[in-house]
Design a protein around this ligand. Structure first.
Ligand code: IPE
Ligand code: IPE
Ligand code: MG
Length: 253
């Protein structure tokens, strides 16, 4: 029987790591305590993911709209990121992870950019897990940039046809991580908040009430078990329907 895409082994999982602030508030702690506890959750998930057959993992750590937060919170998030990159890149390397930071770099503190570059080059040969962390990331910006690059490339020529344009945009936006198979958002909100809009066109979505700092390996296992139950059709008809004896024979693809 045709293998449903959810059974494939090289899966791309994306996570919107939300709920740090509320997790802290419920404990009477400052928001930064939630972000610190969130780093521990990142470690748990990064350890578990390859064991589930996840090859690509994209984590939303800081959106371009998060600049709207109070400066001290933003600074403490960047400080925690720097510490994470410094402390964890060697372990990531040993475990065969390749780390990549996606998003804009020109507005980040120079010390963080330096740490990003160091961690990326230290882990460049990792083959077990492609770990992407989105920092100062906006999917609308990424799509707009891809369209602008294409316009520049064709500035002196006739613009390409629609199909070529669509193919070029798809390649530009999925060259690194590919399309998303499964998107998880913690923290109870049910929205994408400008994350991987193009890449999630056919992603399976799972929204959980669990706050990110509480998310652990068992939560990932449960979420993944749900994903494995889903039947992905990509607009086609279920292969089960196609195989049933009384279905019409003409429509099989
Ligand atoms: C997600 O947690 C982390 C970032 C956006 C940096 P939040 O900080 O958004 O936590 P809540 O949503 O306020 O609980
Ligand atoms: C999305 O969470 C961004 C990250 C998790 C990094 P937000 O907390 O910023 O999203 P909204 O504002 O609730 O949509
Ligand atoms: Mg939030």
């Amino acid at each position: 029987m045709m293998q449903s895409k959810s059974q494939r082994q090289d899966l791309h999982v994306a996570i919107i790591m939300d709920g740090n602030g509320r997790w802290a508030a419920r404990r009477g702690l400052p928001r930064v305590a939630g972000h610190r506890a969130g780093v521990a959750a990142v470690r748990r998930v990064v350890e578990r993911a390859p064991e589930l057959g996840i090859k690509r993992l994209t984590l939303y750590a800081f959106s371009s709209d998060n600049w709207r937060r109070p400066a001290p919170e933003v600074q403490s998030i960047f400080w925690l990121m720097r510490a994470y990159l410094r402390l964890d890149s060697e372990r990531l390397r040993q475990r065969g992870a390749r780390l990549q930071i996606i998003g804009r770099r020109d507005r980040l503190p120079p010390l963080l950019v330096r740490e990003i570059e160091r961690a990326e080059s230290a882990t460049v040969n990792g083959r077990c897990l492609h770990l992407r962390i989105a920092v100062d990331y906006s999917s609308r910006d990424a799509i707009t940039r891809a369209a602008a690059d294409m316009t520049t490339a064709f500035a002196r020529n006739r613009p390409p046809g629609f199909e070529l344009m669509r193919g070029m945009l798809t390649r530009a936006l999925t060259a690194d991580g590919g399309e998303v198979d499964f998107l998880i958002r913690t923290g109870g909100e049910q929205r994408l908040s400008d994350f991987l809009l193009w890449e999630c066109a056919y992603a399976e979505l799972l929204f959980t009430e669990r706050m990110w700092p509480d998310f652990d390996a068992a939560d990932l296992d449960r979420a993944f078990a749900q994903f494995r139950q889903r039947e992905r059709r990509f607009g086609a008809v279920s292969p089960i329907v196609l195989l049933s004896p009384d279905s019409s024979s003409g429509g099989a693809r």
